[in-house]
Ligand binder design. Sequence first.
Ligand SMILES: CC(C)(COP(=O)(O)OP(=O)(O)OC[C@H]1O[C@@H](n2cnc3c(N)ncnc32)[C@H](O)[C@@H]1OP(=O)(O)O)[C@@H](O)C(=O)NCCC(=O)NCCS
Length: 168
Amino acid sequence: MELRKINKEDAKAQWEYTTALPEDENGLTNPYNGVSYEEYIDQVLQTLISYEHPVNMPDWFVPETYYYLWDEGHLVGEFRIRHHLTEALRNGAGHIGYSIKRDERGKGYGTAGLKLTLLEAKKIVPEDEIYLRVNKDNIASQKVMLKNGGKIVGEDEGHFFVRIQKNT
Ligand SMILES: CC(C)(COP(=O)(O)OP(=O)(O)OC[C@H]1O[C@@H](n2cnc3c(N)ncnc32)[C@H](O)[C@@H]1OP(=O)(O)O)[C@@H](O)C(=O)NCCC(=O)NCCS
C-alpha cells in the first residue's frame, strides 16, 4: 500500500475517483462530481496540483496537497493535507480530509491511509497537533481517527473536534 501525490501519470484513475466522489459526503466536499475526463485533464488536474503552491488565490486559501492511496495497482482513496491552520480551519475542517472508494470501505483502508497521511502531515504542518473534525454520526471516520491516536477535545452541535499529537 502506498500514498502517491496527485500527478499527471495517474490521471485516469484519479479522474475516475474524483468524478465518482459525491459533492458532499459527511462534510468532505468535491466540486468535481460528474466532471468529464477532458475537463479533468484540461482544467481540474492542473488546478488540484497547483493547490500545493497556490498562485493567484485569495488570502484565505491555505496550500493543500492531494494524495491517493494505492493498493496493488488500484486507487482506493483520497487524502488531502492543508498545510497550516487559519481561524476558519482551526474551528472547522482542520488539516486533513479523506475518503475511501465506496466498494473498498470497511477493509481497513481508511485507517491505513490516515496513518500514511499523518507521516506526511507531520513533515508539513507547523502546529504541534494535527486537527481533524468529524460528523457525530460518522462512526467509521471516528474509528479511523481514534485508531490513529486521535483524541476528542471538543464538539459543536454536529461535530467532534479531534486532535492527534505530532510526536506520537
Ligand atoms: C470514513 C471512511 C474514510 C472510512 O474508511 P474505511 O476504509 O471504511 O475505514 P476502515 O475500513 O479503516 O474502518 C474503520 C472502522 O470503522 C468501521 N466501519 C467501517 N464502515 C462502517 C460503517 N458504515 N458503520 C460503522 N462502522 C464502520 C470499521 O469496522 C472499522 O472499525 P473496527 O476497526 O472497529 O473494525 C469511509 O467510510 C468514507 O470514505 N466515508 C465517506 C467520506 C467520509 O466520511 N470522510 C471522512 C470525513 S471526516
